[in-house]
Design a protein around this ligand. Sequence first.
Ligand code: TXA
Ligand code: MG
Length: 312
Amino acid sequence: MKILKPSEIAKAAALLQQGGLVAFPTETVYGLGASALDGNAVAKIYQAKGRPSFNPLIAHLANLEAVERIAHMPRKARDLAQAFWPGPLTLVLPKRGTDVSNLVTAGLDTIAVRVPDHPIALSLLAQVDVPLAAPSANLSGRVSPTEAAHVVTDLSNQIDAVLDGGATRIGLESTIVDCSKETPRLLRPGGLTLESIEDVIGALSFLKDSSMAPRSPGQLLSHYAPSALVRLEAKAPIRAEVMIGFGAIDGDLNLSPSGNLVEAAANLFGYLRQADEIALSNSTERIAIASIPNAGLGRAINDRLNRAAAPR
Ligand code: TXA
Ligand code: MG
């Protein structure tokens, strides 16, 4: 596997055009990209991640015009796209045409699309000139990568290259809104807050327990899991637990000493990986995490933490 510099985007584009797999940075997390038009390339994504094949992928595009070639855009979807793209928002829309491989949508008649807000991703998309199917570039069920080094740890033997763009700015996956039905529905909380979405299109419907959402099969309850067992809402570590603090509740690591949710989101997945390494090396195999307020980005952080702590 090659580690490519930002000056080597053309090499990454060429690998993708030849049906290769290339991980690239977005503003949320690193994605594992393949041409969405090339069924064989998309199949290699599922294989590399060890991901169950019923789990559909997000198609990444350079701009709204490119999205409209592969998806129909109801009015509220267009309003959201105009307000938040490029940005950490994925829209599930009725699929249009037959160019995109059925493996991307796992046979559904809807397609998940987004325009990422990252100069390397946008330049790569412009150069390959095809939609890129890209799930987070981690092994299935593991914490999403926020640095190129995380991609190397999980996938170095399985992929052709990673474009190294440094640490990702947001650190949490995109928010997913299903706009394929009359009332838009939140399928996954993420880097764009529910509050800012509702400011633009009004109230969303959402399922209380997203683990039950049949329309977003990636939302398996035990997901984003480190290897060590995770205990939430900890005030202090018990015995040799590795403690991840927040605000005034300190620990071995602190997601944000000042209690800033943006900073906490950016640190979350990297700290889960670090805490996991410490827990496994000192054989406590346990991580304790301070409580996080459940508003704004805190909703998405708690969604990921609840999955990390779910019974497995
Ligand atoms: O921030 C992100 O969204 C990152 C970066 C790389 O863009 N990508 C990402 O992809 O998180 P992934 O594959 O890990 O998550 C995609 C989610 C899954 O939960 C999947 O089930 C859902 O999107 N999804 C994809 N297509 C769908 C569809 N047609 N209907 C409902 N859910 C869909
Ligand atoms: Mg993922």
